[in-house]
Design a protein around this ligand. Structure first.
Ligand code: EPZ
Length: 446
């Protein structure tokens, strides 16, 4: 954010994207891994940690918790504990970035005590943490909630059998909190209905690099044999599968042809299957994915569910693609049924979308028309940028501080592929309507 003046993006649409771009490291892998460094009794060096405001926020919180974090000349993040005293994660930081809640399990396991603000809800729905607390209590933690803070204590956690099944499937960061805590618990822990996301596999592999004994990563049952101490490690974070999907959908929407390198295609199987169904031509190699979309996409179905199904973090971007698909596409979000704040803004760009509960039907149109839109959350913002790339004329996307939380220089990457995106402070972006009288193409019946 540029001081108190919010930034926005002005996008000149209709330009097909061509070229090659490299994916950044995964935000949702890096954040729980950074939180887990609280467990390490030695220095940790993390490579491929993206430069994002969410990463900066967590580094700030780790600083408050006695961990020094700094980037070296090669961009690697070096983290070392200098003080094990602090155990408070305050509301200002946890409220700013929900994933800060991932410090709870590591603090409890390594320091025996944690005072962490409840993270609160956000634009994609209420975000309970009951499963996190259930899992940590099963490991022997005494937990109470006072004035919006979780206060947790445990002399030494002890292994247990824990189910993390929730009403909408497993919990990703809940699995992170419990798995990280179990790494230092006495005895054996079995976590059933565990999250299978690649980001959780990456966290487990990082913990094992520190000396933990974790098996079953990537399955619904994770087995942890607690150890007495964890050392340091050098570790590279996996590529960001959500960013990769976002870039591929941008190319599909603009009927371009791009290659994304430095990726793990197997992390995106269901997304690639959906893009194929929409008519994209895909080429997959061990560390890269190429996509070409010679003509307007075909209608498709996309139901967001836990991994390995369609990620909820790609639902909004797929809805943008569906708005240009020939026919009626059907989307749903079974993880966050309220994650549809992007619908009203896409409709302002000319999309035809009917939402009912956790489902939406999108009737494709020949083209979208640029105007001003405002984003509410990270992935909704990405969806609106993609729609602006495809729309006729100019689109101004407001609230792009959301974007900078989770995408490393997305506008620069898209411009490298031929997009025409300018960053501006909000008061510079004269509203599109004021440039020309609105022609009323579809008069509303009196
Ligand atoms: C993680 O959030 C991701 N964030 C989210 O990405 C992602 O959308 C989400 O997982 C789902 O895949 C990070 O990894 C930092 P959950 P998380 O706990 O862990 C319910 C992005 O855009 N639930 O897996 O907070 C919950 O309400 C972000 O990068 C409970 O009922 O999500 C939801 O319906 C957005 N009780 C479902 O489970 C709990 O204790 C999945 O939530 C916890 C969750």
């Amino acid at each position: 954010m540029n001081g108190c003046v919010r930034q926005c993006m002005r996008i000149t649409g209709g330009v097909p994207l061509f070229g090659t771009v490299r994916a950044s490291g995964s935000k949702n892998a890096a954040l729980p891994i950074m939180a887990a460094t609280i467990l390490a009794d030695g220095p940790v060096t993390l490579s491929r940690v993206p430069n994002l405001t969410d990463i900066d926020t967590l580094a700030l919180l780790l600083g408050h918790l006695g961990l020094e974090t700094k980037r070296d000349a090669a961009g690697r993040l070096r983290i070392a504990t200098v003080d094990r005293g602090p155990t408070l994660a305050n509301h200002e930081l946890v409220g700013r970035m929900r994933a800060s809640f991932c410090v709870l399990g590591p603090l409890l396991a390594r320091r025996g005590r944690a005072i962490v603000s409840l993270p609160g809800g956000c634009a994609i729905g209420c975000r309970p943490v009951d499963l996190h607390l259930k899992g940590l209590a099963a490991l022997g933690a005494e937990i109470c909630i006072e004035r919006g803070y979780i206060i947790a204590r445990a002399e030494r956690l002890r292994g247990a059998r824990i189910s993390l099944a929730g009403p909408h499937g497993p919990t990703v960061t809940g699995t992170a909190n419990v798995m990280a805590a179990a790494a230092l618990a006495r005895g054996h822990t079995t976590i059933t209905a565990a999250a299978r996301e690649p980001e959780i596999v990456d966290l487990g592999r990082f913990l094992n690099a520190l000396g933990a004994k974790i098996e079953g990563l990537g399955t619904s049952t994770i087995d942890v044999t607690g150890v007495e101490q964890l050392g340091g490690a050098d570790y590279q974070v996996i590529p960001d599968r959500i960013e990769t999907a976002t870039l591929l959908i941008a190319a599909a929407m603009t009927r371009g042809s791009i290659q994304v390198t430095g990726v793990v295609p197997s992390h995106l199987t269901t997304v690639l299957r959906t893009l194929d169904a929409a008519g994209a031509t895909l080429e997959v190699a061990p560390d890269r994915i190429s996509l070409a979309m010679p003509e307007n996409p075909r209608a498709f179905k996309a139901m967001a569910r836990p991994y390995p199904r369609i990620p909820t973090d790609v639902q909004a971007q797929l809805m943008s693609l569906a708005s240009l698909a020939r026919g009626r596409s059907r989307l749903a979000d079974h993880i966050f049924p309220e994650r549809f704040q992007h619908v009203a803004e896409l409709i302002r760009l000319g999309a035809v979308i009917e939402r009912r509960g956790d489902r939406a039907t999108v009737t494709g149109v020949d083209s979208l028309t640029g105007t001003e839109v405002t984003s509410s959350d990270l992935r909704a913002c990405a969806a609106l940028v993609l729609a602006g790339l495809a729309a006729r004329g100019t689109t101004v996307v407001r609230g792009i501080d959301h974007l900078d939380r989770g995408y490393e220089q997305l506008d620069a990457k898209l411009n490298k592929l031929g997009a025409r995106i300018e960053r501006m402070t909000d008061n510079e972006s004269a509203p599109c309507e004021r440039r020309r009288p609105l022609a009323c193409h579809s008069p509303v019946a009196a």
